[in-house]
Design a protein. Structure first.
Length: 334
């Protein structure tokens, strides 16, 4: 459903009339509530998107004030019913995906490849998995280069750039999925232990931007996407150091977006809830975790790749300095 209906009147509050307030509230709030009340039960009964034309007989319903409720449930996966298919074309783009050996990073790399991108596949310690991912990409006939390095080291990042440029070319876009964390209380840390988390989770982002972004600025085009966990915004007593470090990257990318926007570069953050990547939770723990989410399940890698592809595509060319939550409603931050 895309709800674009509404009504407003441009005037100061003190010059407005109570009847105007009522009309604004009736249309922009109560009208929408009434519409949802009429249509949502369909989806609840059918366990499906109530706005999908396969579930509704008439395809379009009119609300109290005539607003159209569009049945777009099939728009991204079917054009047979006349739906619109969004083409996320990344043809020829050279994209660096860090932490790409497995899990979310692997999923992003494979999806980008399926849209025509060339991939620089970064890993640090998961060499076996990285080689497997690279093989999958190469089998599809797409150009890829495998690079390793510690993002906490500016020298390593600079060497990564040299390798990529030699074997692939200039990096057009970056998706940073790398990180390092310890799951424990702050008071169980030794003072020297938190340095590593800050170096990877915070300085790693600075190193990537400082090393690769000058080329993007020269080319007047680029995307920089940083992936974090929701603990960076909500806090988590057992993810206190990495959460604090990643929180700093939000501010950094907002400020950087202001600096490089004139060069047509977009910088955005994707904030995740708990993604099921085969962590091996037992059934009791899994049930406990799922209860924390309004959608009653953990996230899947596929839940993440969609927003990343959107942010890499031309559809997001006017989107920068933002934080996107992909968390199943676990936190609902404005």
């Amino acid at each position: 459903m895309i709800n674009n209906s509404g009504w407003d009147k441009v005037e100061t509050f003190l010059k407005s009339k109570p009847s105007t307030w009522k009309k604004i509230v009736d249309i922009n709030l109560l009208g929408h509530i009434q519409t949802y009340k009429e249509i949502l039960p369909n989806g609840i009964r059918n366990r499906a998107n109530p706005f999908c034309k396969r579930r509704l007989n008439d395809g379009v319903k009119n609300g109290q004030y005539g607003q159209k409720i569009l049945c777009t449930g099939c728009s991204f996966n079917s054009v047979r019913d006349g739906g619109y298919k969004m083409e996320l074309d990344l043809e020829g783009r050279n994209i660096l995906v860090t932490g790409a050996a497995k899990g979310i990073g692997r999923g992003i790399a494979l999806e980008a490849v399926s849209r025509g991108a060339n991939i620089a596949l970064h890993y640090q310690s998961s060499e076996k998995e990285a080689l497997e991912t690279a093989k999958l990409i190469e089998e599809s006939g797409v150009k890829t280069v495998l690079v390793t390095g510690d993002l906490a080291s500016i020298e390593d990042v600079q060497n990564m750039k040299k390798s990529i440029e030699r074997d692939l070319g200039t990096v057009d876009d970056i998706v940073n999925n790398a990180g390092w964390t310890q799951y424990k209380s702050f008071f169980k840390y030794e003072p020297g232990e938190w340095k590593r988390e800050v170096e990877v989770c915070f300085y790693g982002v600075l190193h990537l931007a400082h090393t690769f972004m000058p080329d993007m600025m020269e080319n007047k085009r680029g995307k920089f996407i940083n992936i974090i966990g929701d603990s960076a915004r909500t806090g988590d007593r057992n993810l206190i150091i990495s959460g604090a470090a990643r929180s700093g990257t939000i501010s950094f990318l907002k400020s950087l977006a202001q600096e490089v926007g004139r060069n047509n570069i977009q910088c955005n953050t994707v904030s995740l809830g708990l993604i099921d990547q085969g962590q091996g939770y037992d059934s009791v723990m899994m049930e406990k975790l799922m209860k924390q989410y309004p959608l009653k399940r953990l996230g899947k890698v596929d839940d993440v790749t969609g927003i990343i592809l959107f942010l890499l595509s031309s559809y997001s060319d006017w989107v920068t300095g933002q934080v996107f939550s992909v968390n199943g409603g676990h936190s609902m931050l404005g």
